[in-house]
Every structure is written in structure tokens, then in C-alpha cells.
Ligand binder design. Structure first.
Ligand SMILES: Nc1ncnc2c1ncn2[C@@H]1O[C@H](COP(=O)(O)OP(=O)(O)OP(=O)(O)O)[C@@H](O)[C@H]1O
Length: 595
């Protein structure tokens, strides 16, 4: 199954091969040298059996004198040693070169895949489990790496080797070689069956690896929930099921190989026995010498091994192709939100925003926003309230163009956001999202997001402004305090404050805040409340609020219900209307009273 629904095109092997070769192009010179070394190595490797045959004939010769025999044998031995040294040296140089260029090629590919994934829209990323994307960048690129550094060359080597040996066999004795070829149909049949079964078993392995990765990444992220709800045993069982399935598919794959190899071995034995028998007759009939029969026998031994390897390597090549196909699926998935060719760069916003009859749906025919229109004046703070699922967060996502609207227009400073480069748009919008994501690194890294142009002084100033310094200063390493993956060593309130500082250092012209629904201790809540009130004075601000106390002082409150704007006005005005807002407020107020 394709990872991305909108990318369902099948690719031919030819196309995949052409694309894989295109990644080798920057290293064309190196690959040509490697190929030349391969030919030299192969030619040298074909010499020894011939030399051994010559030695046998020399020893058995009745014509040569003893001294002449010794001279011949020494010469043959020297050639033998020289060819071994040349063969091994060439092979060493060739494999070092191949590893280097192969790895470089794959680094380029891996970077390209990661870059591409980074540029896909949130909607597209949401289609695919993270674990699968990890598999694309790691396992699949590894399979391709294996192809560049090992399989492809050995495939060529074995192919040329089979041809080379066959030619030599025919030169030595045509009759024996034609008889030897009797085993070929059986060999081809075994190879055909092997390829069929091994391909199917490999597909299963790959699908199961992907499953395990996806399960792992999802469940490691959600481990807290698993533990809170005592679901460990269930999850362990589920993991074990997937893991066992993977083991089974691996065993099946090994079994296919385990059957094929002995079959090839048995056929090569049959071939050798036939050759010994026929060869013996030929020697008796003085058609060939005993030495040449010996050489012939050795070549036959070398003939079957590359055929068996060819089948296996061809299989690995298919696997690399399957991985390449998956990778190309990712690379060919066009980001569904791209900059308009005429999109402009904006230096700064005054911060006025207008939604004009905006309609939006995540899934066809399920409108999440209907005919939403509102205006925000520069510098104003506008809050969105409403029941859960009413579309508040969606409005914020649309402003930063995480998704494309289906109808209407969103204008910032009178310019349609589709006409503004996304990077430029996001540069001027400080986003403080519900689930604050902290990367592993230090607090400083998390506030600057490793942007070297932001100084530590700016970071400290922003943190002091939002009040994050109250807890950062208490940490032993202050701003260099290590943040664990996802910021697990900080409370949700602290993470929220770090995210405020992160948004502020970028000096945004517009800030959007999706208030955390998670419980925050009252001390931190007070801090957040204070810093929010301060931030409201810096720039235009849009807030999705769950605690109505947060937004009482905002210039406008927009009340949403089922994707539509139902009420609009200041806190006091809305209270007077005694409508939805009044009810919401009363509900929260009563709750607090009872607490
Ligand atoms: N990525 C998504 N794909 C499909 N539907 C989505 C997606 N995100 C949100 N929705 C749906 O869109 C609707 C509005 O969601 P949204 O998150 O905007 O609500 P909200 O008012 O912010 O809710 P809350 O107060 O719980 O944060 C919901 O019905 C939700 O199920």
C-alpha cells in the first residue's frame, strides 16, 4: 500500500533503475575506475585453475627433462603468486572506493528524503505514521546503500564471471561443456522458483519491519498514557504479536535461501560427477590432457557458485528496488501547499487580519469552518472561545497556512496569504501552540531554535519579559540546562513559558496562542496570565482560550459554534447579550465558586 494516498502511480523496474543510476552520476569517474578494476580483478581470478592444470601436465610430462620441469613449475608458481597479489590488491582498492562513493550517494539520498518530508504540509504528514517515515529514511535508504556498495557490483562481477568461465570451458572442450549444460534447465527452474518465493517473503519482511517501527514510535510517544491506564501488558502483547510476525517472515525468508543453496550445490555435484566421467573418457581418447581435465574440473566448481549468487543478488536488487520505490513515492509526493510563483516576501506586518467568507474542510464534505468572516485591527487582541471541536484551533492553523482553505480569503495587511511566501509569513507570526514541543538540547537551543543570529541577551530579555526566568534562574545550569526529549523534565506550565519566550525572540508582528488545556499549577497559571497580559501589548494577538479569565481584557471575543461565528464583541458586550458567551462564562464562574 502506498504511504501517501495521492501518490498511487506504479513504477517500472526500468524507471527505478534509471533514477537510481542518476544518483551515481556525480561519481561517474569513480564508478568507471571501479568497473575497470573489476574487469582486471576478474581476468586475474580466471588464471589460477589454468596454471594448476599446466602444473599437473608439466609434472606428468614424459617429454620434458627434470630441470626443465622445475623451471616451468617455478615460472607457473611466480605467475600464480603475482596474479593472486594483483587480484587481491585490485579487489581491496575497488571495495574501498565503492564503499566511499556508495555511502556518499546514500547520504545525498537520505538528506533529500528528509528535506522533502520537512517540506510536506502538516496534512500530508498526518497521513503517514511517523514510524513509517523513519523506515523510509533509515531502513529503505540502507537497502539502497547495500545495492550501491555491494549488490550491483557483485551482480556484474558474477555475470561476467559466468560468461568468462563458460567461454573458457568451451575453449577447453566443447563436448564436455555441452553435456555439462544438461543441468542448466534444472538450475534455471530452481532459480525461478527461488526468486518467486524469496521476493514474496522479502515483501512480508519489509511490511512487518515497517509495522514494528510504526508501532514502536507511536507507543513510545504515548507511553505515559499506556502507564496511566495500566495498559502495559496489553501493549507488550500487541508488540509481541507484531514482533513474532516479523520473526516468522524472517524465518520464511531464511528457509527459502536454505532450500535453494543445497539444490544448487547438489546440481553442481551432479555436473561435476558427469564431467569427471566424460572427462575421463576424453583423457583416455587423448582429446584433452589430465592437466586440462583438472583445470576444467576446477572451472566447473567456480561456475555454479556465481550462478547461485546471481540469483540471490538479483533478489537483493529487487529488494533495493522495492525500497527505492517507497522512497520515490515520498519524493514524488508534491507538497500540497506550495508558494505561488509570484508570492512576495514581507518585511513586517502591521498585524491587521481579515477572514472573508472562509470555508474549510479537512475531509471532503465535512465542513469544519463555514462562512467565517471577521476583522482584527493592528495591535488588537482577539480571542476565540467555544465548545471543543468548534473550529478555534483550525482558524489559527489556517493563518499560518498549515492547510489550504477551500473557499474565501484570508488577508494579512490586506494581502491574500496565498500571495505571501510561507517562510515570510511564518517568520512574522509567533506561534504558541497547545502542545508545546521541546527538542532535546538546552533551554537556550529551544528558545533560539539554534538560530545563531539570536543572542543570549535577547533570550534572557524575552524570558524575563514572559516570566520564564523565574524557574530558569533556579536551575543549576540556567539557560544551558538540558532539555530531555519532548521536554519531559519540565512541567506543562514551564513548557508553555518557554514557548512564549521562543515566540518573542523572533519579534513577531502577530502572535497566535492556543491555550493549553492541561492543568497548570496556580502559581504558573498566574505567571502565564501576567505574561499574556504583557504580550497582548506588543503586537496583534489571536488567542484560543479555554479559561475565560485569560481573555476578559481582549479587544474582541469571537464565540464559535460548530464551525460558525455565533457572537462577537467585548467581554462586557457579550455578557449583556446573555447568549452563548454568557452561558459559558456562567458555567466556568459557577465551577470556580463550587471549588
Ligand atoms: N487534522 C485533522 N483532520 C481531520 N479533522 C480534524 C483535524 N483537526 C481537527 N479536525 C476536526 O475539525 C474540527 C475542529 O477542530 P479544532 O481543533 O479546530 O477545534 P477546537 O475548537 O480548537 O477544539 P478544542 O477546543 O478542543 O481545541 C473537529 O471536529 C475536529 O475533529
Amino acid at each position: 500500500m502506498k504511504d501517501f494516498k495521492d501518490n498511487t502511480r506504479e513504477r517500472s523496474d526500468k524507471e527505478v533503475l534509471r533514477r537510481l543510476i542518476s544518483y551515481m552520476k556525480p561519481f561517474k569517474k569513480e564508478f568507471i575506475i571501479i568497473f575497470i578494476l573489476l574487469i582486471i580483478g576478474l581476468s586475474v581470478q580466471l588464471i589460477p585453475p589454468l596454471l594448476i592444470g599446466l602444473t599437473v601436465d608439466t609434472v606428468a610430462s614424459e617429454v620434458l627433462l627434470r630441470n626443465e620441469k622445475i623451471t616451468y613449475i617455478i615460472t607457473i608458481n611466480v605467475i600464480f603468486i603475482v596474479s593472486l597479489v594483483i587480484g587481491n590488491t585490485v579487489q581491496y582498492i575497488q571495495s574501498v572506493m565503492l564503499q566511499k562513493v556508495g555511502q556518499k550517494t546514500v547520504v545525498n539520498l537520505r538528506d533529500e528524503v528528509f528535506n522533502h518530508i520537512e517540506n510536506l504540509s502538516i496534512g500530508q504528514i498526518n497521513q503517514v505514521p511517523v514510524g513509517k517515515l523513519v523506515t523510509r529514511v533509515t531502513n529503505d535508504t540502507n537497502a539502497i546503500s547495500e545495492m550501491y556498495t555491494n549488490i550491483a557490483l557483485n551482480l556484474v562481477r558474477n555475470f561476467l564471471s559466468v560468461i568468462g568461465i563458460l567461454v573458457i570451458l568451451f575453449i577447453i572442450n566443447v563436448k564436455m561443456t555441452l553435456i555439462l549444460l544438461i543441468v542448466m534447465p534444472f538450475l534455471l527452474l530452481a532459480t525461478y522458483l527461488f526468486r518467486r518465493f524469496s521476493r514474496a517473503s522479502y515483501r512480508r519482511v519489509r511490511a512487518n519491519v515497517s509495522e514494528v517501527n510504526a508501532f514502536l514510535s507511536e507507543n513510545l510517544s504515548g507511553i505515559k498514557v499506556t502507564q496511566i491506564f495500566n495498559q502495559e501488558d496489553k501493549k507488550i502483547k500487541e508488540f509481541n504479536e507484531r514482533s513474532t510476525k516479523l520473526k516468522k517472515s524472517y524465518l520464511q525468508e531464511i528457509m527459502v535461501f536454505g532450500i535453494y543453496r543445497p539444490i544448487v550445490y547438489a546440481l553442481s555435484m551432479v555436473g561435476s560427477v558427469i564431467i569427471l566421467w566424460v572427462g575421463y573418457q576424453e583423457v583416455l581418447a587423448a582429446v584433452i590432457t589430465a592437466g586440462f581435465l583438472f583445470s576444467y574440473f576446477m572451472y566447473v566448481g567456480d561456475f555454479f557458485q556465481p550462478i547461485q549468487q546471481l540469483a540471490e543478488q538479483f533478489n537483493s536488487l529487487q529488494n533495493a528496488f522495492a525500497s527505492a520505490e517507497k522512497i520515490f513515492d515520498v519524493l514524488d509526493t508534491k507538497p500540497d501547499i506550495v508558494d505561488d510563483p509570484d508570492a512576495i516576501e514581507i518585511k513586517s506586518f502591521t498585524g491587521s487580519i481579515e477572514f472573508k467568507d472562509v470555508w474549510f474542510q479537512y475531509i471532503p464534505d465535512e465542513w469544519v469552518l463555514r462562512n467565517v468572516s471577521f476583522k482584527v485591527n493592528p495591535g488588537d487582541t482577539v480571542a476565540f472561545v467555544g465548545a471543543t471541536g468548534s473550529g478555534k484551533t483550525t482558524i489559527l492553523s489556517l493563518i499560518v497556512r498549515n492547510y489550504e482553505i477551500q473557499k474565501g480569503q484570508i488577508l494579512i495587511d490586506g494581502i491574500d496569504i496565498r500571495k505571501i511566501k510561507r517562510s515570510s509569513l511564518r517568520k512574522h507570526i509567533g506561534q504558541m501552540l497547545q502542545d508545546v514541543f521541546l527538542f532535546s538540547g538546552t533551554i537556550l537551543d529551544n528558545i533560539t531554535l539554534r538560530d545563531d543570529s539570536i543572542t543570549k541577551e535577547e533570550v534572557i530579555a524575552a524570558s524575563e519579559y514572559v516570566g520564564a526566568n523565574t524557574f530558569i534562574d533556579k536551575l543549576p545550569d540556567g539557560y544551558d540546562h538540558v532539555v530531555l526529549e519532548r521536554g519531559n523534565n519540565f512541567s506543562s506550565g514551564q513548557r508553555q513559558l518557554i514557548s512564549f519566550a521562543r515566540a518573542l525572540v523572533y519579534k513577531p508582528s502577530l502572535m497566535i496562542l492556543d491555550e493549553a488545556t492541561a492543568n497548570i499549577d496556580s502559581e504558573t497559571e498566574e505567571l502565564i496570565q501576567e505574561s499574556l497580559e504583557k504580550m497582548m501589548n506588543i503586537s496583534t494577538m489571536l488567542i484560543v482560550a479555554h479559561r475565560l479569565s485569560t481573555i476578559q481584557h481582549s479587544d474582541k471575543i469571537i464565540v464559535m459554534q460548530k464551525g460558525e461565528i455565533k457572537e462577537e464583541g467585548s467581554h462586557q458586550e457579550l455578557l449583556k447579550q446573555k447568549g452563548l458567551y454568557y452561558n459559558l462564562y456562567k458555567l466556568q464562574y459557577d465551577d470556580q465558586e463550587t471549588l
